[in-house]
Design a binder for this molecule. Structure first.
Ligand code: 13P
Length: 245
């Protein structure tokens, strides 16, 4: 049985005053039957881990190298050292803003694993790719190239985030979400074997909110959500957590 995961990606949002939201969210998380994860900006990872035992904390990226001359970057070891347990890798905003390739995401995932972090590897098609009926091919290619060998249900989570659904208020139909999630499950089982393939959690991300979370969570092979805007306020994210519980 895969435990559902409500994951919030705060992106480049959040100052120390936002930790107030975490205090409120903690009270919800302690009663929830799903796991609750927040990936704040790196500046808040340390303080977030120290104020709540009920909310799991993750990073939003890490460098592929263990350490070294990479000004402005953060290493997997640094995240782990601050108490992070997860790291989002290959988010479409990083693929777009920083030219990250599948190969780089694969390297980063290896480094995350070496430091005991669970990688949330993101995949997703653009609107043009969907309209050209290339969604499944694109997702298949990203999965094959972004995920290293040796994946397990503990070290890997896959997030399906259609690029056109992120921050737009648009979402795929439930059938479209189900089609992609079933496909990802099938590919993971084929590559890593049924046991591992069935144990990896698959998150949906892209304009998930209190209104649509329950319907999306009921789709086959959806094991949770990776939520941007609706994770910033405890009042909203609590409702997403409730829908996933
Ligand atoms: P929104 O929920 O704001 O659409 O963002 C989704 C996302 O990119 C999560 O990683």
């Amino acid at each position: 049985m895969r435990k559902k995961l409500a994951a919030g990606n705060w992106k480049m949002n959040g100052l120390r005053e936002s930790l107030q939201e975490i205090k409120t969210l903690s009270e919800v998380a302690v009663k929830a039957s799903c796991e609750v994860l927040i990936c704040p900006p790196a500046t808040l990872v340390q303080s977030m881990t120290s104020i709540s035992n009920d909310i799991i904390v993750g990073g939003q990226d890490c460098h592929a190298d263990a350490s070294g001359a990479h000004t402005g970057d953060i290493s997997a070891a640094m995240l782990a050292d601050c108490g992070a347990q997860y790291v989002i890798l290959g988010h479409s905003e990083r693929r777009e803003d920083h030219g990250e390739t599948d190969e780089l995401v694969r390297e980063k995932t290896r480094t995350a694993w070496s430091n005991g972090l669970t990688a949330i590897v993101c995949v997703g098609e653009s609107l043009a790719q969907r309209e050209a009926s290339n969604t499944i091919d694109i997702i298949g290619g990203q999965l094959a190239a972004s995920i290293p060998d040796n994946a397990t249900g503990e070290n890997l989570v896959v997030a399906y985030e259609p690029v056109w659904a992120i921050g737009t208020g648009l979402t795929p139909t439930l059938d479209q979400i189900g089609e992609v999630h079933d496909f990802i499950r099938m590919r993971l089982e084929r590559r890593f074997g049924e046991g591992v393939g069935r144990s990896v959690r698959l998150l949906y991300g892209g304009s998930m909110n209190p209104k649509n979370a329950a319907d999306i969570a009921a789709v086959s092979n959806v094991d949770g959500g990776l939520v941007g805007g609706a994770s910033l306020k405890a009042a909203d994210f609590s409702q997403v957590i409730a829908a996933l519980s």
